[in-house]
Design a protein around this ligand. Structure first.
Ligand SMILES: [Zn+2]
Ligand SMILES: [Zn+2]
Length: 183
């Protein structure tokens, strides 16, 4: 089948590349259509909606309205102590119209310049070295661990491993930020 171009998400750059949207012949539980793609990331709802929603019903907010669902944990938006708070309308767009990445622990969404940042990708040590030292310092300093502890964490980080970094980019100044967790 020919597949339409995916909708753009303001706060998530490449959900297909990251893997939370996948090619599928599943029928969307919201619009009842087979659109060629299914969302496979987290869903918070009373109904079982895993792997049953198309990206368009997330993008236009219809899945969130119909099922009273959210995709990003609101408590995690700007969740770290040093991160900036954001306006309620940003939280609404993020939680109800944005796909979410898959984290080991409950997800946190990096904020900067008064806005939620764009989720870019998962990363391990090798990827972080390519993003540069400013991001690495930020990942270390936001959790306030010492050099020795950080070195152990950093050496263990793998993109698909049990210690993972979650990389975001600010929509306004272009800086990278994020956090890391482990299983
Ligand atoms: Zn749909
Ligand atoms: Zn910024």
């Amino acid at each position: 089948m020919t597949r339409e171009a995916l909708p753009a998400f303001k706060y998530f750059r490449d959900p297909l590349g990251v893997g939370v949207i996948q090619e599928s012949d599943a029928v969307c539980l919201c619009c009842a259509q087979t659109r060629g793609y299914v969302y496979t990331g987290p869903v918070y709802a009373i109904e079982e909606l895993d792997d049953q929603l198309c990206p368009w019903c997330i993008a236009d907010g219809s899945a969130a309205r119909r099922f009273d669902a959210t995709f990003v944990d609101e408590l995690g938006v700007g969740g770290y102590g040093s991160w900036e708070p954001v306006a309620d309308e940003v939280k609404v767009e993020l939680t109800t119209q944005t796909p979410c990445f898959v984290a080991w622990q409950s997800e946190q969404w990096w904020t900067h310049c008064g806005d939620a940042a764009v989720f870019v990708d998962y990363a391990g040590k090798d990827e972080l070295l390519r993003y540069g030292d400013a991001l690495i310092q930020r990942l270390k300093n936001d959790v306030g661990i010492d050099d020795e502890q950080w070195n152990l964490v950093f050496q263990a980080m793998r993109k698909n491993g049990s210690v993972i970094a979650y990389v975001f980019q600010c929509r306004h100044c272009g800086e990278y930020g994020g956090y890391w967790d482990c299983d």
